[in-house]
Design a protein around this ligand. Structure first.
Ligand SMILES: Nc1ncnc2c1ncn2[C@@H]1O[C@H](COP(=O)(O)OP(=O)(O)OP(=O)(O)O)[C@@H](O)[C@H]1O
Ligand SMILES: [Mg+2]
Length: 227
């Protein structure tokens, strides 16, 4: 997969990777490495050159809707995913657009809200939640669509230590294929079993996370840091 932005920036340059069902994979790399761009290509939010298949479906203009049901992205800024008057409506938004019965929508919304520890928050406005609560609400909006794969872009950015702890627990409780973008190696160790390191739009390492952790030279070269 390769991708060049309109201004000529080549953000992805021949990225080739394959992720197994139920794997938890951390995507690491310094600022500008191409991590977020890679994430945007997966559900076809941007179209690069190359070939993508998600849960066995080839990504094409025709299949893009089907592909988007299989992969959910939790963006770095939860405000990007919370735009309804209440948390309940935010979490119901996806399922309502999937043509599900009212009962099924209700079941999914209640399930996702409870899984994210937000029972009792249904009628609150997401805009008045704490950042950690917003993050969990944003994850609930994805879980209610029951994707096979959930991808997180810098999930713990701007959270305090308790918020980080909370979010790690929440992410670890999600039993799906997970992609976690971070430049924090500790987070990668806690959430993933495999680490993929990107640099300048390419994959420069792909190995079990504990092996990555012991490669001090690689970590230093790529400016990956510990808490
Ligand atoms: N909308 C855009 N238009 C032009 N160039 C872009 C755009 N978005 C990103 N880029 C460029 O593409 C490259 C990869 O950016 P990307 O956001 O994917 O990196 P990243 O690894 O997610 O970085 P960070 O850790 O800072 O989030 C960078 O050189 C960046 O400047
Ligand atoms: Mg990014």
């Amino acid at each position: 997969m390769s991708f060049t932005y309109h201004d000529g920036t080549r953000a992805l340059n021949g990225v080739n990777l394959s992720i197994e069902k139920n794997e938890s994979v951390a995507i690491l790399g310094k600022n500008g490495a191409g991590k977020s761009t890679l994430l945007l290509t997966l559900p076809g939010l941007i179209m690069g050159e190359g070939h993508i298949a998600i849960a066995g479906i080839e990504l094409t203009e025709k299949s893009v809707r089907a592909v988007r049901k299989k992969i959910g992205i939790v963006f770095q800024n939860p405000e990007d995913q919370l735009f309804c008057p209440t948390v309940y409506e935010d979490v119901a938004f996806g399922p309502n657009n999937m043509g599900l019965s009212k009962e099924e929508v209700e079941r999914r919304v209640t399930g996702a809200i409870s899984a994210m520890g937000l029972s009792g928050f249904e009628k609150r406005s997401a805009h008045h939640l704490s950042h950690g609560e917003k993050k969990r609400a944003a994850i609930a909006t994805i879980l209610s669509m029951k994707p096979d794969i959930v991808a997180f872009d810098e999930p713990t950015a701007n959270l305090d230590p308790e918020g980080v702890h909370d979010l790690k627990r929440v992410i670890n409780s999600i039993e799906k294929t997970k992609l976690i973008i971070t430049h924090n190696i500790d987070l990668a160790l806690d959430l993933a079993t495999r680490g993929i390191v990107m640099d300048k739009g390419k994959i420069v390492a792909d190995m079990p996370i504990d092996e990555l952790l012991s490669d001090k030279k690689l970590l230093k070269d790529l400016k990956l840091y510990f808490d």
